[in-house]
Ligand binder design. Sequence first.
Ligand SMILES: Cc1ncc(COP(=O)(O)O)c(C=O)c1O
Length: 409
Amino acid sequence: MSNDWQNLYSQNIKDFGGYSIGKIFKYLNNPDIISLAGGLPSPDMFQKAEMQLASRKDLEHSIEKVMQYTSIPGEQKLLDAIINFLQRDQININQDNILITSSGQHGLDLTGRLFLDPGDLIIIDRPTFAGAIVAFQMQRPEIIGIDLEPDGINIDQYRATLVKMKEKGKLPKFMYVIPDFQNPSGITTTLEKRLALLNLSYEFGVPIIEDSPYRDLRYRGKTIPSIFALDQDRQGNHVIGLYTFSKLFCPGMRVGFNIGPPEIIAKMTNIKEANILNTPKYNQDMCTAFLTEMDLEAHLEKCRHYYREKLDVFLQTMEEHFPPETGVTWTKPEGGLFLWVSVPEKFDTNELFYEAIKYKVAFVPGEVFYAESAARNHMRINFSYASKEQLAEAVKRLARCIKDKLKDG
Ligand SMILES: Cc1ncc(COP(=O)(O)O)c(C=O)c1O
């Protein structure tokens, strides 16, 4: 038995290697290295006293219930709080439209399991969130990427791809997008492009999966309606929304929610029943407290101010250290936690990563954000976790590293 495990693996898992980003994390434990690699919100934004109070109250008042199995769709109080939370954002739904998930990643997993058979087509952005790629890859779909432009997805390419697929008689199961402060690029899709994507969704009968972890973290510019809200205005029923508490509250709770048509939510609930049963009541209660007892708007305003300052330090230091002749360019996000740096094409950021480690700075090489034909001269930068001083120092180290490599030819 000892060496035959591989023969027993399911077809879906046999060649599945998981999250390839994992192999870089071993370099990040060195405290001398400034890491711009993770997707971590800052613990400075954790409401520590409020969390302790909510936790104590929860355990003191109802430990018997808190430590028990609980309902699969989610706690009533949290569902109610989410309905109110979304109303602020022009989304009007009721509890049949919501499933509590155990994180955004779980929401993606449920989506993949619900829709995909091996060989099915799906459309994603090039680049897009690596966690979404791996979640969908578990079902072995064929993934087609559409280029991202500074104002969002490339609609012409989307249309051409859908037309070609239709001609071949096989449309994608869904289109996955992150319209607000996209991970990894920080790019926001304009209202015109959101409406155009929705039109494509109606024309071709392909649903949209809209992933929105960063939507409330806007630091400048005007909020653009979510695709879910735009679809609701038109009574389209074509959009499923994925949300998480990880970036606004804290990732440690592992709580999120999916919203969509009742039949989709019911099916996802069946899958959740089989894959994790319920999301812990304690974690849900903490999220309810976050939405209803912790002065949500004041907290969000504090986060926006705090992250905006960090982003500005990063962008300003980039301006100072990367003059146009370096050939280095970067996105200028209006919110979120990430930006996307492009270096001259002669660089492969997988290799540059190891060079940068020598200069004691780390980023995520861009390749992991592509499902196919990856571009190799990009990197994802996280600006939320490191301090402002570290961010400025990290840019200087990166500049030294890249300029030294440019000198070497
Ligand atoms: C676009 C996107 N979706 C989903 C997630 C997953 O969120 P969670 O940490 O709640 O699993 C992330 C996390 O970085 C993300 O960036």
